[in-house]
Design a protein around this ligand. Structure first.
Ligand SMILES: Nc1nc2c(ncn2[C@@H]2O[C@H](COP(=O)(O)OP(=O)(O)O)[C@@H](O)[C@H]2O)c(=O)[nH]1
Ligand SMILES: [Mg+2]
Length: 601
């Protein structure tokens, strides 16, 4: 199936043409039929003599309904531009052409209608005007033909031309991820919520799980049933008009401008950078605008970088990708101000003075379709899926300057810089704290997260450690080959350990520690390494001392005095008191009064 949107000034014969082509009534609302003016979108379809199926999205021509017109044309792959022979080019002919050009639609035809109402001169003048208006647009090669929908003159030529134009519309990709911009939502008794839209890529299947991206963010939904051309179908392939019956969501919760997307396949974007493609430059645009994309219309703030480039911040997030075409319009205004193309859906924060100007240069140098190498270099490391999500060319190998490592595409220069920075920090630690096991993983991550670019994910630390030729042992990054001991203090600690194993409660006096060159720093390092236990900072014992003390104390008559305990352990009050207090604190002994304790059993 092919999908064509109409465009053109009000009362030029768009709806009549669609009706004559399809035999269906595109003007849906009773009010519209009464007023003879369509204000919203109409839908109709037919099969051309060639067998080609075509659906029409009929749009309103009145300037007040430009928003609805944009929602109809936004997702359409081709356009049928209508101009009345007897009235010639009019104001909304220009507005609609601006919109079509801004949306980047290049496939289409121009139908001069109401030919029966025009003189030969009027017809010729209308044709000349159309050709000059289209001259400098991407539609300059679109065929222009005249018909009467009333007496069907030029009809066969119209059908053939439509057929040829559609044959040239690029084949859509049925394997692509889905993004169905919703144009209607209603509920049907017995079926529940039904939404409709133009499927331009990807395949919709019954029972599919999708994400609904709407005003309230993203929510998972399930496809209960599908219809195309009013018939139930198990799947819908592009291009097509699709009606999707959804589970898990009430009709009132879905609106035009919401989108059904493949789960986790799209960046849901609030802020992005764009390049102007048509219309006014950013120096001449207001800072508050209406952004139209797909069927959505969302207020946005503009931060211009230069005449051609700007950052847009939306009032709500939308599923967008690189190269999407957007229309900018004043809020409540009836004209298209400019067309823009999305360049970056994950732009860097602007912090310092001059960042905006630098960004303008970056964006100006960006090739159409994006540049994966720049994207990877800017972040240091990316998963290739992320690049695809942004809508960048689907590379199967890392771009120049990057390598594949553990499922990441890593920029070699950035990895080198991260590794160098980590090495410097580790060396600083080894130098200033020779007894420490190295730079803790937490400190290493903190360091790399403050680099430019920052390390994007903690899981990448191992990669940087490896690239730096360092090693990570028990939560610390260090130079490999460093002895697994306390360095210069090791021999003294071993000596002390040996003595304490023979006399577990004979804590060394200050002079002995000085002789062994064990100062507070070395003792603290030994304690951190689980080799010694310090009580009150000065009493140094083995970590096993409390357990050994318990064995001795359990052999005493209960309860016991501090002196009895001291004698049994063959030690001094300096050691016995803090040791007994530690046992109390651990709940291994209990204090009965000022002098008596008992072992807790
Ligand atoms: N004589 C004649 N009238 C036409 C033709 N096409 C449309 N009209 C009339 O023009 C008016 C506007 O047509 P309509 O399709 O509603 O225009 P739209 O606003 O562009 O959709 C209606 O009164 C139609 O009957 C045509 O080919 N010949
Ligand atoms: Mg109409």
């Amino acid at each position: 199936m092919y999908v064509v949107a109409t465009a053109g000034h009000v009362d030029h014969g768009k709806s009549t043409l669609v009706r004559a082509l399809t035999g269906m009534e595109p003007d849906r609302l009773a009010e519209e039929q009464r007023r003879g003016l369509i204000i919203d979108l109409g839908f109709a379809w037919t099969t051309l003599p060639s067998g080609r199926e075509v659906a029409f999205v009929d749009v309103p021509g009145h300037e007040r309904f430009l928003g609805n017109m944009l929602a109809g044309v936004g997702p359409a792959p081709a356009v049928c531009f209508v101009v009345a022979a007897d009235q010639g080019w009019q104001a909304q002919s220009s507005d609609h052409l601006d919109a079509v050009v801004a949306l980047g639609i290049t496939a289409g035809l121009v139908v001069i209608t109401r030919a029966d109402l025009a003189t030969a001169d009027q017809l010729a003048a209308t044709k000349t005007e159309i050709e000059s208006r289209l001259g400098r647009t991407p539609l300059s090669n679109a065929p222009v033909l005249a018909v009467s929908a009333v007496n069907r003159t030029g009809w066969e030529h119209l059908l053939n031309t439509l057929d040829q134009v559609l044959a040239q519309v690029p084949e859509p990709d049925p394997e692509a991820r889905v993004r169905l911009w919703i144009d209607r939502s209603f509920s049907i008794r017995g079926a529940g919520t039904v939404v409709t839209g133009t499927l331009t890529a990807g395949t919709l299947r019954r029972h599919d799980r999708l994400d609904l991206v709407g005003v309230d963010g993203r929510r998972p939904v399930r496809v209960r049933g599908l219809q195309s051309r009013n018939e139930s179908v198990p799947l819908v392939t592009p291009h097509a008009r699709a009606a999707v019956n959804l589970r898990e969501v009430p009709a009132e919760a879905v609106h035009r401008g919401d989108a059904l997307v493949s789960p986790d396949a799209w960046p849901i974007v609030i802020q992005f950078d764009v390049r102007r493609t048509t219309g006014a430059g950013f120096d001449d645009l207001p800072q508050q605008l209406m952004v139209h994309v797909g069927t959505a219309a969302v207020p946005a703030r503009v931060r211009p970088f230069d005449h051609e480039h700007a950052r847009l911040t939306l009032d709500r997030a939308l599923p967008l990708q690189v190269d999407d075409r957007l229309v900018l319009r004043t809020p409540g205004g009836h004209v298209v101000l400019a067309g823009v193309q999305v360049l970056d859906v994950d732009p860097p924060a602007l912090r310092r003075r001059g960042d905006g100007a630098r960004r303008a240069v970056d964006l100006a140098n960006r090739p159409v379709g994006g540049d994966p190498a720049t994207e990877v270099a800017r972040r240091g490391a990316m998963r290739p899926e992320q690049l695809w999500r942004f809508g960048l060319a689907r590379l199967t190998a890392p771009p120049e300057g990057a390598s594949e490592k553990d499922g990441w595409w890593v920029d070699r220069a950035v990895l080198g810089a991260w590794a160098a920075s980590l090495t410097r920090a580790v060396d600083r630690v080894h130098e200033s704290e020779p007894l420490s096991p190295g730079l803790s993983d937490g400190a290493a991550l903190d360091l790399l997260r403050h680099e430019d670019p920052p390390l994007p994910e903690a899981a990448l630390l191992a990669l940087v450690v490896r690239a730096a030729g360092l090693e990570s042992v028990r939560g610390a990054v260090r130079r490999p080959g460093r002895p697994n001991d306390l360095g210069a203090a090791e021999a003294a600690i071993v000596q002390l350990e040996q003595r304490l194993r023979e006399q577990p409660f004979a804590a060394p006096e200050a002079e002995e520690l000085t002789a062994l060159r064990l100062g507070p720093r070395e003792l603290a390092a030994a304690e951190r390494a689980g080799r010694l236990l310090r009580l009150d900072g000065a009493v140094v014992l083995l970590p096993q001392a409390p357990a050994l003390a318990m064995r001795t104390l359990a052999g005493l008559t209960q309860p016991f005095t501090t002196s009895e305990a001291r004698r049994a352990m063959n030690t001094t009050r300096r050691v016995a008191i803090p040791l007994l207090e530690l046992l109390d604190a651990r709940g291994w002994t209990r204090r009965l009064d000022g002098t008596l304790r008992t072992v807790v059993r």
